[in-house]
Design a protein around this ligand. Structure first.
Ligand code: PLP
Length: 309
C-alpha cells in the first residue's frame, strides 16, 4: 500500500513539511543500516502503549550506543503533538532515529543522530480476511550473538525482507522463521502464538524474537481471561498440530493463521481462544471496553472510523 503523505513530519524538535523531511545520500544510515525505529498505532480513543514504544526506542538506541537528546516524556509529547498537528487518526506512527551525515566508514560514532517522527493512515498488514496462509521460511532469524533481536533496528529488517519476499513470491501472506537452533522464532514482523489443548504458547525472548508490545498486551489479556500461558522454546511441528495459531504485532494486530505450509490450523477458522483474545484486544483499543490497563494516550483529533473490527 503506497504511503499516504500527511502535512508535517517531526524532525529534531520541529515540525517540517512532509516533502522537506529529506536526508543526504551519504548519511551513515544509508550505507550501514544504522537506524532504530518504532511503529505505533493510534486508534480512535488514543495512541496504543505510547510510553512502552518510546521506551523501546530508547532501549534500542542504548544497545547501539546512540545518544538521543530527548527524554521519554519529550518523545511521547512529540508524538502527541505530531498526531494532533496532522489531524489524522486512526493512523500508524513511525518514529526513527539514525546516524546522519558525518563520516564515511563503519564506525558510526562521529555521525550525528537525527530523529524523525511521521504518521499516516494505514490499514491491514497481513493479507487474508479469513486468516493468513503462511509458511515456515527457509531463512533463519538472527543468531543471538550476531544482531540483537531486542533492538528494533533497521538492519534487522534485511532478514525480515528475505523472509517476507520468499513467502509472497511463493504465494503465502507471511513467513515464520526458525531460530538458528531450529526452534520457532517469529514472523518477519510479528510475534507468534500457538494454542493447543486450551493452553496458549508463545516463543520466549531467547528464541531471537522482538519483545513485542502487542505480545505483552496479549499475554496480559490472556491472563485476565484465565487462560494458561506457556513461554517456552517450541518445535516447528507444533504449528502443524496446533488447534489455533495467531500473529501479534502493531501492524498485524491479532491475525489468525488459517494454514501453515498448506496444512490447515485446526479447521482453518479463528478458534475460540484466539477469538476471545481478539475481541478483548479490539474492544479495548476501539474504546468499547474501559482501558483498565492504561494503554491508551488520548489525542485531540476528530475521530474517523474504528479499524480492525
Ligand atoms: C520482527 C518483529 N517481531 C515482532 C513484532 C511485534 O512487535 P510489536 O507488537 O511491538 O509491534 C514486530 C513489529 O514491530 C517485528 O517487527
Amino acid at each position: 500500500m503506497p504511503i499516504q503523505p500527511t502535512k508535517n513530519i517531526w524532525h529534531n524538535g520541529q515540525m517540517v513539511p512532509w516533502d522537506q523531511a529529506q536526508i543526504h545520500v551519504m548519511s551513515h544510515v544509508v550505507h550501514y543500516g544504522s537506524s532504530v525505529f518504532e511503529g505505533l498505532r493510534c486508534y480512535v480513543p488514543g495512541i496504543f502503549r505510547l510510553q512502552d514504544h518510546m521506551q523501546r526506542l530508547l532501549d534500542s538506541a542504548k544497545i547501539y550506543r546512540m545518544v538521543l537528546p530527548y527524554s521519554l516524556e519529550e518523545l511521547c509529547s512529540a508524538v502527541v503533538d505530531l498526531v494532533e498537528a496532522n489531524g489524522v487518526a486512526p493512523c500508524y506512527i513511525r518514529p526513527i532515529a539514525f546516524r546522519g551525515y558525518g563520516e564515511i566508514g563503519v564506525n558510526p560514532l562521529r555521525s550525528p543522530m537525527e530523529i524523525y517522527i511521521a504518521n499516516f493512515p494505514w490499514g491491514k498488514y497481513v493479507p487474508g480476511n479469513d486468516g493468513a496462509d503462511v509458511c515456515v521460511s527457509s531463512w533463519a532469524r538472527l543468531a543471538p550473538n550476531t544482531m540483537p533481536s531486542l533492538a528494533k533496528a533497521g538492519a534487522n529488517y534485511m532478514n525480515s525482507q528475505l523472509i517476507r519476499m520468499e513467502a509472497e513470491i511463493n504465494g503465502y501472506s507471511e513467513g515464520i522463521a526458525l531460530d538458528v537452533n531450529g526452534y520457532l522464532s517469529e514472523g518477519s514482523g510479528e510475534n507468534l502464538f500457538i494454542v493447543r489443548g486450551g493452553i496458549v504458547y508463545t516463543t520466549p525472548l531467547a528464541n531471537s524474537v522482538l519483545n513485542g508490545i502487542t505480545r505483552s498486551s496479549v499475554l496480559a489479556i490472556a491472563k485476565s481471561l484465565g487462560i494458561t500461558i506457556v513461554e517456552q522454546p517450541l518445535p516447528r511441528e507444533m504449528l502443524y498440530i496446533a488447534d489455533e495459531a495467531f500473529f501479534t504485532g502493531t501492524a498485524a494486530e491479532v491475525t489468525h493463521l488459517r494454514s501453515v505450509d498448506r496444512i490447515l490450523v485446526g479447521d482453518g477458522s479463528m478458534g475460540p481462544i484466539t477469538k476471545a483474545i481478539y475481541d478483548e484486544f479490539f474492544s479495548i483499543v476501539n474504546g468499547k471496553k474501559p482501558d483498565t490497563y492504561g494503554w491508551l494516550t488520548p489525542v485531540k483529533v476528530a475521530a474517523a472510523e474504528p479499524v480492525g473490527v
